[in-house]
Write a protein that binds this ligand. Structure first.
Ligand SMILES: Cc1ncc(COP(=O)(O)O)c(C=O)c1O
Length: 390
């Protein structure tokens, strides 16, 4: 049978009609425990820290969208990254993209180094940098592409080739939060594990915090399920259900995010108060050639710098009316962020500036409002005048 399309899978995968009532939507199994017929005889569930039918529906759904074997859901994207890190031990070396969500290096530097793990942060936009950094004890290469917040792109296929040449190959893990499986499918490009902060586009409505790891082998899936049960940072059935609802419209939303962001990026690009725009969908983005090979679209994330640096950025963020100054991304609402003081505040200034997160950098998660309204709002805020009433 012909493989089902993305939207059909997004709406149906992992969600057959409820076997007891025929309910078309997966019920919210709001329960901690499951009655067993006799000792050792259960119906596949015993206690919701180790598995819950609503959470399972979400795990199966995203695994199918990513083309993986199985998913393991967590209470947040950071809990998902922590679970991946828990696959390793003291003495292991891990390579991480230097442009990543600030919480990832915070976890590595402030917690995991205390357990004897070693980290190198490098520019993974050049696969040769990964090759040069791999050591005998390197066990994982963790990349985020596009990278948060500067939208730097890493070539997943080229990095997979580099990793594959190592005698005992490290795992190649991709944080696929920004593009979602709608625009980028890392397993097809050679990744071993894919993870998401489902808080972002997968939920899409600013409603839940969640995370997931998708594996492609039963061995790693089993280890992740063991970590899920043992550490206990599990996703609630209600949050799983809301995320399932969000994913049903993922394809439509991503198309519109992409269209709106392209419009906003073009507007910013020609604006005299803007000195640089980082949107991988623009042909002059430094890694646009890689984008064309591995992504079918970008989504709604743009970074830009204003003439006038941090003061100009602060003024802009204070003046917007349709856009909201807030930390999340990937939702219907357009959100505007100052990475240097918000999402990436814990990276020392010197290091931040070296990787392009300058004090004047503004990150915008372009939402699903009418693009003219987003552009007019930015235009007014850039002028310093405010004509909008919410
Ligand atoms: C790319 C990326 N990965 C991971 C995370 C962490 O996810 P969460 O906030 O759900 O813990 C974030 C959060 O902003 C992110 O942007």
């Amino acid at each position: 049978m012909k493989e089902l399309g993305f939207s059909t899978k997004a709406i149906h995968s992992g969600q057959p009609p409820d076997p007891t009532t025929g309910a078309i939507l997966v019920p919210i199994y709001q329960t901690t425990t499951y009655v067993q017929k006799e000792v050792g005889k259960d119906k596949g569930y015993t206690y919701s820290r180790g598995g819950n039918p609503t959470v399972k529906a979400l795990e199966s759904n995203i695994a199918d969208l990513e083309g993986g074997l199985a998913g393991t859901a967590f209470a947040s994207g950071m809990a998902a990254i922590s679970a991946i890190m828990a696959l390793f031990k003291a003495g292991d070396h891990i390579i991480v993209s230097e442009v990543v969500y600030g919480g990832t290096p915070r976890l590595c530097n402030s917690i995991l180094t205390n357990y004897g793990m070693e980290f190198s942060y490098i520019d993974t936009s050049e696969a040769s940098n990964v090759e040069k950094t791999i050591k005998r004890n390197t066990k994982m290469v963790f990349i985020e592409t596009p990278g948060n917040p500067t939208m730097k792109i890493s070539d997943i296929k080229e990095i997979a080739k580099v990793v594959g040449r190592v005698q005992d190959p490290p795992l190649l893990v991709v944080d696929n939060t920004f593009p979602t499986p709608y625009f980028q499918q890392p397993f097809k490009l050679g990744a071993d594990l894919v993870m998401h902060s489902t808080t972002k586009y997968l939920d899409g409505h600013n409603a839940t915090i969640g995370g997931i790891v998708i594996s492609k082998t039963p061995e790693i899936d089993e280890r992740l399920k063991f970590i899920q049960k043992s550490v206990g940072a599990v996703l609630s059935p209600f949050n799983a259900w809301l995320t399932i609802m969000g994913i049903k419209t993922l394809a439509l939303r991503m198309e519109r995010h992409n269209l709106n962001a392209l419009g906003v990026a073009k507007f910013l690009k020609q604006h005299q108060k803007v000195c640089s725009v980082f949107y991988p969908g623009l042909p002059d983005h430094p890694q646009h050639a890689i984008v064309k090979k591995q992504m079918t679209g970008i989504g709604g994330m743009i970074a830009f710098e204003l003439h006038g640096g941090v003061e100009a950025g602060k003024k802009l963020m204070k003046s917007v009316k349709v856009c909201s100054l807030a930390e999340n991304l990937g939702s219907c609402e357009t959100l505007i962020t100052h990475p240097a003081t918000m999402t990436h505040a814990e990276i020392p200034k010197e290091k931040r500036e070296k990787i392009g997160i300058t004090d004047g950098l503004v990150r915008i998660s372009v939402g699903l409002e009418d693009v003219e309204d987003i552009i007019n709002d930015l235009d007014n805020a850039l002028k310093g005048g405010i004509n909008y009433v919410r």
